[in-house]
Ligand binder design. Structure first.
Ligand code: FE2
Ligand code: FE2
Length: 294
């Protein structure tokens, strides 16, 4: 099954800043001051900036080999979006570090691990890893965009807004790295094998970061707190079988990210966040940037 790159896909770079809305962030910002969810969100944020730098490097490596002008434009939008995500998550991580989260150590470890990976493995393997992790982020993103309970759990408005913006753009560009991988001749065996390894690395890496983060938080040692919070987290939409099934769909030969059509979902959130009267319009530095225009 060959989809090619979707000419209707819009990958817009939005220049935006959340810094003001995160200034008064409390330590346990997740809904109901939940311990584990706050640490999971902080752990995810700590791996994003350097992960996204790695995605950009992996895709940029092949940029000159693309002869489809539609895909080339989408790549420009992808690079713009991921660069902005990295910038805003670094700002959030600095704020979380002030609150006592080990987000800067998480950033450094991610940077080190991915630099090592880039040195040891060929570019096509790094691109396969990017396409795989983009499926992981798109899965989480579309869960957040479609499930009100997932959004509620984010808690603090600044965190919710930042993750909604990020989720919208992850869904908008979810097929770009994948289409580049296909366009430069990446094969199915490497794609699927890489996904298996990257899912494991992502789950283990995030779990270790969450564990280290929890160990440093005095609230973890309050009697019964950790156990009750863990129980709530395991009942949350993020760890339900549907998420695992969606992740595993990538391991099927012939899979394409657009097999799950999210165009109505992205259209809805584009409008809610950035349309006339959109809730995040005021945070935009400019309405259009380096990527594709609207
Ligand atoms: Fe991103
Ligand atoms: Fe992405």
């Amino acid at each position: 099954m060959d989809h090619g790159s979707d000419p209707d896909r819009r990958v817009t770079t939005r220049r935006i800043s959340f810094e003001a809305s995160l200034a008064a962030l409390p330590r346990h910002f997740a809904a109901d001051g939940d311990l584990v969810t706050s640490h999971v969100i902080a752990a995810l944020s700590s791996v994003f900036p350097d992960g996204e730098d790695f995605f950009v490097r992996s895709v940029r490596h092949y940029r000159d080999r693309l002869d489809d002008p539609v895909l080339s434009r989408q790549v420009a939008g992808f690079i713009g979006q991921e660069s902005m995500h990295g910038r805003e998550h670094r700002a959030l991580n600095a704020r979380l570090a002030e609150l006592g989260y080990p987000t800067l150590q998480g950033e450094r470890l991610t940077r080190w691990g991915l630099a090592l990976r880039s040195r040891l493995l060929p570019p096509i393997s790094n691109l396969a890893a990017t396409a795989a992790l983009e499926h992981v982020t798109a899965t989480l993103a579309e869960l957040l965009l479609s499930d009100p309970e997932a959004r509620r759990l984010c808690g603090h408005q600044g965190i919710t807004d930042l993750f909604l913006w990020h989720a919208l753009e992850e869904s908008e560009h979810k097929a770009v790295a994948f289409d580049v991988y296909r366009a430069v001749g990446g094969g199915e065996r490497l794609r699927i094998l890489t996904m298996r390894l990257m899912t494991l690395a992502f789950v283990v890496g995030t779990a270790l970061q969450v564990a280290a983060s929890l160990l440093l938080d005095p609230a973890t040692y309050r009697r019964g707190n950790l156990r009750a919070s863990l129980r709530r987290f395991l009942a949350s939409p993020f760890v339900q079988p549907a998420v695992r099934a969606r992740l595993r769909a990538y391991n099927r030969r012939g899979f394409h990210p657009d097999d799950v059509d999210a165009s109505a979902l992205t259209a809805r959130w584009r409008d809610e966040l950035f349309g006339d009267g959109g809730t995040l319009r005021d945070l935009l530095v400019t309405a259009s940037g380096r990527g594709e225009g609207t």
